[in-house]
Design a protein around this ligand. Sequence first.
Ligand code: DAH
Length: 366
Amino acid sequence: MNELQTRKEQALAAIDAADTADAVEALRVEALGKQGWISQLLKTLGAMTPEERQERAPAIQAARGEVADAIAARKQALEAAALERRLASETLDLTLPAPDTPAGSVHPVSQVMDELAEIFADLGFSVATGPEIEDDWHNFTALNMAETHPARAMHDTFYFPDRDAAGNRMLLRTHTSPVQIRSMKEEGAPIRIIAPGRVYRSDSDATHTPMFHQIEGLVIDRDIHLGHLKWTLETFLKAFFERDDIVLRLRPSYFPFTEPSVEVDVGWQDVKGRRVLGGDGDAPGHGWMELLGSGMVNARVIEFAGLDPAEWQGFAFGVGVDRLAMLKYGMDDLRAFFDGDRRWLAHYGFSPFDQPTLSGGVGARA
Ligand code: DAH
């Protein structure tokens, strides 16, 4: 009995004196581990007579409880002390002055997307999104590009090696147009959306990167015609470039998902080395800049999306966001957009406090 008392007191004293978690753990193993002395004592109970056991068991159990409690308490105390030490060493001096130049900036792509959302919100468009890992059906088939359609070859698609659970061929979306299908399926008609996001094509040079950004527009309603498309694009581009003398040229074109299809160029002129949009397209030093694809949504696409083309018509457009940013803010190499070079970001980036608003001018800059 006395021996138990003595050992217990020795153990408690040792636990109390332990100054690391490892030391406490070693003491726990020594007492309560499989081969620990308390565990061994507990094993002796089996061989005792019931009377002996009745006398010895409570004392051993009590010793085990005391030692276990002491270990838990010591561990907690050591952890609390460690936390205290860490908090004391990791001080933050809030009285220091703010740095002159804030370190972060908003990337021009983010800024332009925000500008576009602001402009289109004013025209009653909401923002829609879709997955970047898309299936073949949404990216191509439902946009009137059947398996054998030659336009598929122009997309330089990144395919995944495996199909999804439903057996669909999976890919990185090559354009934001599949969001048209998803939005019509989910929301039905009428609908007015823009869909900004990342798209992917296996292509790379000064004006092409394997990942780039597009913004898709879609309007589906009753009695929509080409005039609505032209007005919308003109209004959008005037607001975006913040000038009224924007001149558009609409050229007949071909996209499988629109009929008729229209390619839109914007006029520009070069005045004293400065590129200015909105010029007279045919004079020397002037020209047309191809800007976006658009058209009246093909009746087959409306059908694929589950709507009745006899009742619903609309227009769609797709435009490169990076290209818009380059034109508006004057960068000439697209690859620099995605290098993460801090000097480039400091130069072309925007202040996080410079939120685009229509009242402040969408591209307001200090
Ligand atoms: N999806 C086309 C592309 O990436 C762009 C486009 C053209 C989108 C015409 C449209 C459209 O919505 O009507 O090349």
